[in-house]
Write a protein that binds this ligand. Structure first.
Ligand code: FE2
Length: 282
């Protein structure tokens, strides 16, 4: 699947972009299914706003319960002061998560297959396990920032193995909030971990600082401007970020977070699966 140069590029940079990995038809099917899920969602009953800004965010039952089902989360800026949505519901959703790849046939089809299995093998995921799927809308005008982070913060394994499969469903540019990465930054330390607390309340999770290494800035970060259909692979330690989308154009993307079953998946990770809903590969 990958050339030696591509494999080396992933090792050196901590990320790799594969243009044209998904067809326009594949993307259209996923977008249509996502729109149906949003259509069925009642935003006034489920005021779940998704934010990555608070360092020590308290996580509610709605978020924690999404590990093994399909839920919609709203953009932080979706509501006006009078409590009504500022824009149509279809333009108010931040993301859908987190088990569509196992529960929804359309998402399952997009998320699996021989090409993805071969790719996983090429980057050393011998026993791939897909823990999480997210459909990210990055809505026009209100699409929220996702602050600098490393995905290994959310999927701790011993040794670190989590790899992000990031599919561009629309063209992503600096104008509509594309990813920014720090080339080679995956050789730095894990700065934080997001873990369930040891308190009696099993639903609480928070960010714990681990290392004070600063996040990248304009001098070391580069934008990943990619066209629809591109698959971007991100090493779990690679710092990445995306700016708010203040443009008139959305920036839909779909992500899978995949670990290697040979590593030890932390019991403190927020996302756990029960024995009757086991994690699976490609
Ligand atoms: Fe991320």
């Amino acid at each position: 699947m990958l050339t030696k140069a591509q494999q080396q590029g992933f090792l050196d940079n901590g990320y790799l972009a594969l243009p044209g990995f998904k067809s326009a038809a594949d993307i259209a099917a996923l977008r249509q299914r996502a729109a149906q899920i949003v259509q069925a969602f009642d935003p006034l009953q489920n005021r779940a706003v998704f934010s990555t800004k608070e360092q020590d965010r308290s996580v509610d039952d709605y978020f924690m319960g999404s590990a093994s089902t399909v839920r919609c989360f709203l953009e932080e800026e979706a509501f006006a002061e009078n409590g009504q949505l500022r824009q149509d519901k279809s333009l108010s959703i931040n993301k859908i998560g987190h088990a569509m790849h196992d529960l929804d046939p359309v998402f399952d089809k997009f998320s699996r297959g021989p090409a993805l299995a071969a790719l996983a093998a090429d980057i050393g995921l011998q026993q791939p396990q897909i823990w999480q799927s997210m459909y990210i809308f990055k809505q026009p005008g209100i699409g929220g920032e996702v602050r600098w982070h490393q995905d290994a913060t959310f999927f701790e394994t011993q040794p670190i193995s989590v790899t992000t499969f990031w599919f561009a469903l629309e063209d992503a540019s600096v104008t509509n909030g594309c990813l920014w990465v720090e080339p080679g930054g995956h050789r730095g330390p894990l700065r934080e971990r997001f873990v369930t607390s040891s308190s009696p309340s099993a639903t609480a999770a928070r960010i714990e600082p681990l290392d004070a290494t600063p996040w990248p800035d304009e001098r070391t970060a580069v934008p990943l401007e990619v066209s629809a259909g591109t698959l971007v692979l991100l090493h779990g330690l690679l710092p990445h970020y995306s700016a708010p989308n203040r443009s008139a154009v959305s920036r839909h993307a779909y992500t899978l977070h995949v670990t290697d079953g040979r590593s030890q998946y932390s019991a403190r990770n927020w996302l756990q699966r029960s024995s009757d809903f086991p994690v699976r590969g490609f």
